[in-house]
Each structure stands twice: as C-alpha cells, then as structure tokens.
Design a protein around this ligand. Structure first.
Ligand code: BG6
Length: 525
C-alpha cells in the first residue's frame, strides 16, 4: 500500500494462479486413523489404480496422519520386495509423478505385505498379527478397511476367512471395520444373492462399500449438482419436455489381456449392469430428501424398482448385441475379439450391448432410455444425452432450415463438461435458424485436472461416506432388470452372425435398426 492507502501498480500483489471458482473450498484430511488391506495386492488394478491413488491421497494431504497399508496376495515376497513393487507402481502410474523423498520414505515405512492364498487360514492369522502391530506402532486405532480387488470368485472366501480369524467387525472390540467390494457383485441375480448372504453374515450393510468407479468420476457426481443445485432444469426434467435419453459408455480399448474374465462377463455384465445402470438411476431419480448417503440411495433404488420388466419374448426387440471383428483403431490394425488371448475362437460373448429401458412412474411414463456400451468402437466417449421434444409449433425458419431438438449432454469422458444444443438465428437479413451449442468444460472452468475416481472412492470409504457406493437393494434391482436379457442371450445364439461390427466402427447395424424402428437414431460417437 502507498501512504495514501492506494495500491500502485508496482505494489499490487502478484496475480495468484488460484481459480476464483475454487476459492473457499476446505481441504479434506481424513480424521480417523486406519489400516487399509488390499487383497489382490499384486493385481493390475492395485498396480495401476489403487496404490497410486493411495500415494496421491498422501501427496494431497488427504490421508490421516496415522495410516498403514497391507498388501495381501499369493506370491511370495518380503515387505521390502513389496515396497519396491509399490514404488514401481507409483513411479509408473501416479498422476503426480514419481514417488519422492521425504514423502516416500515415510509412506514406505507404513507398507507391509502378507503372502498367502485366500483359503489359507494361517495367512489370515498373520494378517491379524500385522494389523495389531500397525495399531501399536502406527497408531491405527483398530480401524480397518479391507479392499477386495481380487477375482470375484474369492470375495466370499475372503470375507469368511476374516470372520474365522476374528477380524469380523463385531470381533475386533474397538475401531471400525469396513469392506470394499470390487465389481462385479455376483454374475447374475442368484449368485449376487448368494454372495450377499455371505457378506451380510459378517458385515452389516453400513460397512459394505460396493465400488463402481463410475460414481467416483467428477462429471458423474455433477449429475446431481446439475439437477438439484439449479432451478432451470428440474421443471423440464420429465415426460412433458423430454423425448428420450441416451446413455453411452463407448471404449476404443479391447479386452486388454482380460479375455478369460471377459468371456464369462460380456458387455452386459461388465458395463451395463453396474456403471450404466448407476448413470441411469442418477439421471432419472427423484430429488432426494437430503444429501445423505441413504436418501440418495433410496431414490436410486426407487427408480430402478420402477424399470419396466422386459418380457422374455420382447428381448430381441428392445436390445442389440455385437462382437467386434478385426479393424482399425486410430489407424492401427487390431485383431477381432475371437483372436484375443484367452478367448474362445467361436465365442458368442457380446462386446457391445444396447438396451431400451422404460421407467413406469409419473415422471418418465413413455420416455425411452436407450443405453449402449461397447469395446473397440470408433471413439472413447461416455455421455448422457437428454433429447427434448420437438417444438410444438414452428414459427421461424425458412423451408430447408433444420430446427433440431434441444439436447443437453452431460459429458463424462474423455471430455468432462456439459453442453446444450439450441437453435439460433443465423446473422443476416432472413430468419434462418441453425442449431448451435454452448459448452462448459470442467478443466478450463475450474482450472483443475480432475482426480481419478479411485482416489475419491478410497477416501470416502476411509471416511465412512457411502454415498458413492452401491447399496445392496440397488445391485439386486440392476440384476433383476437385466436378467431376462442375460437368460435370452445365454440360451440363444446371436441372430446376427458374430463378429458383426468392425473394430473402430460405430457398433453393429442391429443397434441402429433398433432405434430407426422408433424413429430415432444414436448420437454419433
Ligand atoms: C471396468 C470394466 O469396470 O470399466 C472394463 O471392467 C472397462 O472392461 C472399464 O474397460 C472402463 O472404465 P473407464 O473408466 O475407462 O470408462
């Protein structure tokens, strides 16, 4: 300041890089100390996502002051070997770059490893001893988060073993114990119920965190903000203004060495039953009574309960399935699904699935929800598009002008943002109308790169916030909704010969025909 109380140009504080849209946001340090145990510690998910996420939570000062990490998996190795593995995973996959001292040496001290098979009770006893040691030496206060990032076939065994050695939440005596279960939770309705029976004998529902990483994506969380933190959308969010909704989760990737798993899954189980159904629930649910985890999950459950059951003889009409053949992705040749390692050369597993759902409630009666997901498509693109009804009366526009439906698109990835398409006058003497778009992009809007979903979800599970995790009732409803399709697809080979779409294309023709029959078309990927 100058003597006159005026700020001269020279004295003005240097402009800060802080984005005003983020001003005033609190930092988010987790208060409860705890140990997190990663089952499947040497798997791909742990390496690429979970361990880097833990390190980045530490970098951003979100982890509690007292924390421990225990890796548990089959392969023999010492604590030091495992620490070296963790460092390699961080160096390769962390979004904040390589692990560096002094942070890394403190982090490494908190990492230990138990080698053992999941059916070996002795290994679980060793885990118990290590957990107790962590409580003593790292001050983790008896709080435990068990993360099952293993093949789903061993979820039940792990939970039973925890109970057998006295690590069930009721046995520990102090602190809390929670379990994070990766997807898929079951492989159909019946197996999901069997798994739930085992899990619920050990953990009460409030301690079970069924993870769906889509819910950790920022733009997915923004669906609720868009709908319920604005007044302009909710009044038109219904059958009186909306023609149809399209939900897309398209990938350019193939099965990436997971042929064995994918053969028993397919696109319907792998993507539609969980990620896509969660998107559908968020976009169609009623406003929750509060922002609490259970209020939100109550509404998701209700709307999934209102999905119209698909009669077995209607499945072919309201679904399409596909499998990719060889083709080009980004100009590079790629093999067809049947040529992928671990895949049956005559496989009928679908790598593309499209379904039309109807929601039988007051808000949505008659509005189709078209959902699709596929691998090896022309572009990676996940989005929800709300297409509004056609104008009731056309006042403007010369013959030949295209007055499009208004469309609101929630872009989930790779672009993250919201875009609205509306009609505007073309500058000039005549009343020509064209469709234009208005875009909001998270990156440039808030000046940040969004953190990977796993960071948010692991932190939430450590905090005990279950909002972004799927409750059992909703998982069950999602399986119920797709059961008729699973039954029909398993018992009937595809009508079209597989493979029926080229890698790098928009998907199978049958998916296009499904919409053309209803006077609509899919949005271009
Ligand atoms: C996983 C599926 O849940 O989601 C994978 O098992 C899929 O097959 C992945 O590739 C897609 O995730 P994202 O975040 O890349 O859209």
């Amino acid at each position: 300041m100058s003597d006159h109380g005026l700020t001269t140009t020279l004295e003005r504080p240097a402009p800060t890089k802080a984005n005003p849209l983020r001003a005033g946001l609190a930092t988010d340090r987790i208060t409860d100390p705890c140990t997190i145990v990663f089952f499947g510690a040497s798997g791909d998910l742990a390496k690429r996502m979970l361990l880097p996420a833990m390190y980045n939570l530490r970098v951003s000062d979100v982890l509690p002051t007292n924390f421990g990490i225990i890796g548990f998996s089959r392969s023999e190795r010492s604590n030091d070997d495992y620490r070296a593995d963790v460092k390699r995973a961080i160096d390769e996959f962390s979004r904040t770059g390589e692990a560096r001292d002094p942070l890394w040496s403190d982090f490494a001290k908190r990492v230990s490893y138990i080698s053992g098979s999941f059916d070996d009770v002795e290994a679980f006893k060793r885990l118990k001893t290590q957990l107790e040691e962590n409580d003593e030496q790292l001050g983790t206060a008896g709080n435990r988060l068990y993360y099952l990032s293993t093949p789903p076939t061993v979820f039940a065994t792990i939970v039973q073993q925890l109970q057998a050695v006295g690590l069930g939440p009721k046995d520990v005596g102090r602190g809390w114990s929670r379990v994070v279960v990766e997807k898929p939770f079951g492989t159909d309705l019946e197996s999901a119920r069997e798994l739930q029976a085992v899990v619920s004998r050990v953990f009460d529902e409030g301690s079970v965190y069924r993870i769906d990483h889509y819910l950790g994506k920022e733009p997915v969380q923004d669906i609720m903000a868009l709908r319920f933190a604005n007044v302009i959308f909710e009044p038109i969010w219904n059958r009186r203004y909306i023609d149809s909704v399209q939900i897309t989760a398209a990938e350019t990737l193939g099965v990436e060495g997971r042929g064995g798993y994918y053969e028993s899954a397919g696109a319907l189980r792998d993507m539609i039953q969980n990620h896509v159904m969660n998107l559908l629930a968020l976009v169609s649910m009623e406003p929750p009574v509060s922002a609490s985890a259970d209020s939100i999950r109550d509404e998701k459950f209700k709307v999934l309960s209102a999905l119209r059951p698909i009669p077995p003889d209607a499945v072919d009409k309201v679904t399409a399935r596909g499998q990719y053949g060889p083709g080009l992705i980004a100009g590079q040749p790629v093999v067809g699904y049947r040529e992928e390692p671990g895949v049956d050369p005559n496989s009928n597993t679908e790598t593309y699935a499209a379904v039309k759902f109807l929601i039988d409630n007051w808000r949505w009666a008659g509005v189709p929800f078209y959902v699709r997901s596929g691998k090896r498509l022309s572009r990676k693109n996940s989005e929800i598009a709300i297409r509004f009804l056609q104008l009731p009366h056309r006042l403007f526009g010369e013959t030949g002008d295209q007055i499009d439906h208004n469309t609101l698109v929630m872009k989930i990835q790779p672009e993250e943002g919201v875009s609205i398409r509306f009609n505007a006058k073309v500058p000039g003497p005549k009343m020509h109308i064209r469709s234009v778009s208005m875009d909001f992009n998270y990156g440039s809007g808030f000046g940040v790169t969004t953190a990977p979903a796993y960071e948010r979800l692991i932190a939430d599970a450590m905090r005990g916030d279950a909002t972004l995790f799927t409750r059992w009732d909703a998982v069950q409803r999602a399986w119920q909704a797709i059961s008729p399709i699973l039954d029909r697809w398993t018992s009937n080979p595809p009508i079209e010969e597989f493979p029926n779409y080229l890698a790098g294309s928009q998907g199978p023709l049958s998916a296009d025909s499904m919409l053309v029959a209803e006077g609509r078309s899919w949005r271009k990927l």
